[in-house]
Structures are given as structure tokens and as C-alpha cells.
Design a protein around this ligand. Structure first.
Ligand code: NAD
Ligand code: TYD
Length: 362
């Protein structure tokens, strides 16, 4: 008997890494992957999965509650992991509507479907079903240089439409646990990087712009700080949470590293200098260009991940140095994937919209 799991957003960056990882490591798992395939979702991210007979891609919106109910009921699925979301902060600043739809209404639809089928119809108890909400550290807002890192008890203080919509989804998850006893889990991870990340986010954008000799746009002074976790480490953490965490638990997840954006971009550029010593663009970091800052830009994120380390025995396995090197190599080795992603109109339209009116502020 296979263990059946509904993965939402499994054609996106982290979701597809989760699908690859779980199918490879756990032969008893069958994944139903519900993804509406927005600009960020891509069938190509699922190419080469281990044993495709244990995976079905269902092209559907998580706001379609009736369809989710039917799926849970007919396939007897008792585990949901919700990756589906609109995720890019800059896009949320330009227009929050899809964020409200997917990150709030979509989370509500999933919760309501789970409550109806699991609790009302099937009368399942705590150990019988599980709803894992993949959230972000951005719901906690921003830190001053000397503030302690975010932990599971940090009050929410979201600053962007993206983080506010994720926070709203999280509050619904919490409420379904408190009110109806739905067995829920919430994780708050830091910035991820690695294979299959849509190249509008910092690290893949910098790799691809640099190899093409394009400017590397640094928002503001570039001294903003993020905690960067290699995606495979996040995916392992999520599996541990699914397997071992007590219902109602919350975990913050991060690598506990504190580079500035400038340091990240310089590291990427140094890796490219080594790989293309004869390029006319060496040193690649001379392509950096300071541009108009993001509105409401969070200055610093930091994570205290001691709870998941202590309670579940998780620890990151990939250092920032190794993770960046393998990410650079992945993007260089997957030009077909890059070309396919960038050949869609949406990519060029976004690049124009986001960057053309940012002044060079050097
Ligand atoms: P992504 O943007 O790469 O992928 C999102 C996926 O969700 C896409 O495949 C998209 O098609 C799908 N989707 C969007 N709206 C949908 C809808 N209405 N119905 C069904 N599918 C829909 O995102 P990601 O970076 O992989 O992030 C996944 C999750 O992890 C998100 O919930 C995000 O908030 C969270 N998270 C991301 C990071 C990060 O650094 N990327 C860090 C912490 C948490
Ligand atoms: P991003 O990858 O969009 O992740 P998030 O905003 O969720 O942290 O951005 C990471 C950092 O890089 C953030 O501080 C904004 C900055 N950034 C730039 O300086 N230039 C860019 O072109 C982009 C996309 C991001």
C-alpha cells in the first residue's frame, strides 16, 4: 500500500525539489501534485523524476475546493503539504491581487476541504491526517543589526504584500487547528536557493545576467542580510516535520548564515571568474550596478533553528560555499531549461517591468 500525499505547487522551485527527493528516497510514497502552472510552475521541473508511476500532475487551482474534496475522498489522501503560492516580493509590490487569491483564499480552500473530508465525513483523529503549511520567515518582518534571530515565538510583523498574504494564510491554518482540531504543522524557512529556482530571484538572476555580461542590479546599498539555505536541506527538513512533528507544531528553519546581498553576488561572481577565466567580463563583479531600492525592503532576516535541530535532529548538510558552487554549475549545465523558462513572454515582460524604471543609483 502506498502512502498518498497531496503536494500543492509541486511544479515550482521548492515543490519540485521535494517531489524529486521524496520519490527517490521513499518507494512507498505516491504523490498527487496539484499545480495550476503559473509563470513559476513548469512541467520541465519534473522531468527525470524517479518512478513516474508514483506521481500524477493535476493541473488545477488550489482555490477549487470541490476538486480538492473529491481528490481527498476518492483517493483516500490523508496528508497535504502546501507549497502553492505567489512568492516574489517585487511582484507583490506591483500588484497584490494574485497573492491574496492563492496565498489566502487558496490556503482557506485547502483547509476547508481537509476539514470537511477528514474531520466531518471520515471522522479522522490526530494521528490519522496531517496538513503542513510551508510558510516563510518573512512573516516576522525585519531585524535590526543586534536583534536576536527569528524563532517560533517571534510575533508576526509582515512588511510586504507577499509576507502579509503568507501571514494571513498561516493564521487560518492556526485557527483551523485551534477551532476544529485539524492536525496542522507550519514551517518558516529562510531564503532558499538551488536547482529549478525561477530566475527572477536574486541568485539565479545574478548567475544568468553575469554570464551574458548584463548588469547585476543591486537594490539600494546591497547590505541587506538574508539567511540562505540550500533547497535540498529545506526539503529534508520538511520531510522530518511531516514524519515526526506533533500536530500544532511550528518550526523555524535556516542555515544560520548571515551574508549581505553584496557578499552573495560577489561569491557568485568569484565562482564565475574561476569557470570562465578568459571571459571579457572577468572580474564578473564589475557588472554590479546599484539601482533604486525595493519599497519597504526588509533589512535583515536571521533564523534560530535550534528547535528543529533539537527536537527532530535536523541540521543543514550543504554549506553556503558548496551550495552556491553547485547552484552555479547547475544553471550553467541546464541551458535548455534556462532557455525554455526565459522564452516565455512572461519572463521578458517581468524583467522590463521591474528593472526599466529603476535608476542607476551609484
Ligand atoms: P515558486 O514561485 O517557485 O512556485 C510556486 C508554485 O505554486 C508554482 O509551481 C505555481 O504554479 C504554483 N501555484 C501558484 N498559484 C497556484 C494556485 N492558485 N493553485 C495551484 N498552484 C499554484 O515558489 P517556491 O519558491 O517554490 O516556494 C514554495 C513555497 O515555499 C511557498 O509557499 C513559499 O512561500 C515558501 N517559501 C519559499 C522560500 C524561497 O526562498 N523560495 C523560502 C521560504 C518559504
Ligand atoms: P529575492 O531573491 O527576491 O528574495 P526575498 O526578497 O524573498 O528575500 O531577493 C533577495 C535579496 O536580494 C533581497 O534583499 C532583494 C535583493 N535583490 C536585489 O538586490 N536585486 C535583485 O534584482 C533582486 C531580484 C533581489
Amino acid at each position: 500500500m502506498h502512502r498518498k500525499i497531496l503536494v500543492t505547487g509541486g511544479a515550482g522551485f521548492i515543490g519540485s525539489n521535494f517531489v524529486h527527493h521524496v520519490l527517490k528516497k521513499y518507494p512507498d510514497v505516491f504523490l498527487f501534485n496539484m499545480d495550476v502552472l503559473t509563470y513559476a510552475g513548469n512541467r520541465e521541473n519534473l522531468r527525470g523524476i524517479t518512478d513516474p508511476s508514483r506521481h500524477i500532475l493535476i493541473e488545477s487551482d488550489i482555490c477549487d475546493q470541490a476538486r480538492i474534496e473529491r481528490l481527498l475522498r476518492e483517493q483516500d489522501i490523508c496528508t497535504i503539504i502546501n507549497f502553492a503560492a505567489e512568492t516574489h516580493v517585487d511582484r507583490s509590490i506591483m500588484g497584490a491581487s494574485p497573492f491574496i487569491w492563492t496565498n489566502i483564499q487558496g490556503t482557506y480552500s485547502l483547509l476547508e476541504a481537509a476539514r470537511t473530508v477528514w474531520l466531518e465525513e471520515q471522522q479522522l483523529g490526530e494521528g490519522d491526517c496531517c496538513f503542513l503549511q510551508v510558510s516563510t520567515d518573512e512573516v516576522y518582518g525585519t531585524l535590526e543589526p543586534d536583534d536576536p534571530p527569528f524563532s517560533e515565538t517571534t510575533p508576526y510583523a509582515p512588511n510586504s504584500p507577499y509576507s502579509a498574504s503568507k501571514a494571513s494564510g498561516d493564521f487560518l491554518v492556526r485557527a483551523y487547528h485551534q477551532t476544529y482540531g485539524l492536525p496542522t504543522l507550519i514551517t518558516h524557512c529562510s531564503n532558499n536557493y538551488g536547482p529549478f529556482q525561477y530566475p527572477e530571484k536574486l541568485i539565479p538572476l545574478m548567475i544568468l545576467n553575469a554570464v551574458e555580461g548584463k548588469p547585476l542590479p543591486i537594490y539600494g546599498d546591497g547590505r541587506q542580510i538574508r539567511d540562505w539555505l540550500f533547497v535540498e536541506d529545506h526539503v529534508r527538513a520538511l520531510w522530518m516535520v511531516l514524519e515526526k512533528a506533533q500536530p500544532g507544531s511550528v518550526y523555524t528553519i535556516g542555515a544560520e548564515v548571515q551574508p549581505t546581498n553584496l557578499e552573495i553576488v560577489d561569491s557568485v561572481c568569484a565562482l564565475l571568474d574561476e569557470r570562465f577565466p578568459d571571459s571579457e567580463y572577468v572580474p564578473f563583479n564589475s557588472l554590479k550596478q546599484s539601482v533604486t531600492d525595493r519599497k519597504g525592503h526588509d533589512r535583515r532576516y536571521a533564523i534560530d533553528s535550534s528547535r528543529i535541530r533539537k527536537e527532530l535532529g535536523w541540521a543543514p548538510e550543504v554549506s553556503l560555499k558548496d551550495g552556491l558552487a553547485s547552484t552555479v554549475d547547475w544553471y550553467l549545465a541546464h541551458r535548455d531549461w534556462v532557455n525554455q523558462v526565459r522564452s516565455r513572454d512572461t519572463y521578458n515582460a517581468w524583467m522590463k517591468k521591474n528593472y526599466q524604471n529603476r535608476e542607476n543609483s551609484a
